[in-house]
Design a protein around this ligand. Structure first.
Ligand SMILES: [Zn+2]
Length: 169
């Protein structure tokens, strides 16, 4: 039993490596660009199930005046609406930035299986906290794979955003 489930994880992992992973990370990055155009911190996310995009989102914190309007939450909301189900079993999330603890909790609650993120926060404490959240069992479901794929462009878009912000202020 244990073996067959780890083989399944391996399948998910390999399935989204290479071209497939690049394709969905690029979609997440395109979402981040939409946020940038609205002068929001540029973070984007995409949720995929059975190789179909079921949710997309970007940061809308300023526009919505909402601290919960992070890219991951927006994508989860759209995916749940499309599936007519809050349970996002066997779904894979692509996000341009390592999630914060609030989004990590939402991801864990939604039963998303695997996360790919495009750039690290370089914050050991954040990584520790989110890994702890992801390892928490939720009715025997937990986030099984957390993969930093260092995707081109994800780091620069956010770095440049803050450099420009500082120049303006
Ligand atoms: Zn967040």
């Amino acid at each position: 039993m244990e073996n067959s489930s780890s083989n399944k994880n391996l399948y998910v992992h390999l399935f989204f490596w290479g071209d497939k992973m690049n394709k969905y990370m690029q979609m997440a990055l395109n979402e981040a660009i939409l946020a940038l155009k609205q002068d929001e911190v540029p973070v984007g996310a995409v949720i995929v199930k059975n190789d179909i995009v079921i949710g997309k989102g970007h940061n809308k914190k300023e526009k919505n005046n909402s601290i919960i309007a992070h890219a991951e939450i927006m994508a989860i909301k759209e995916a749940s609406k499309n599936l007519k189900n809050w349970r996002l079993d066997d779904c894979v999330l692509f996000v341009t930035l390592e999630p914060c603890p609030m989004c990590a909790s939402a991801i864990q609650q939604s039963r998303i299986n695997t996360i790919y993120y495009g750039c690290s926060r370089n914050d050991e404490k954040n990584l520790q906290i989110i890994k702890q959240i992801f390892s928490t069992n939720n009715h025997n479901k937990k986030v099984k794979n957390i993969i930093n794929c260092d995707y081109d462009g994800c780091k620069n878009i956010i770095k440049n955003y803050f450099i420009n912000k500082r120049k303006k202020s």
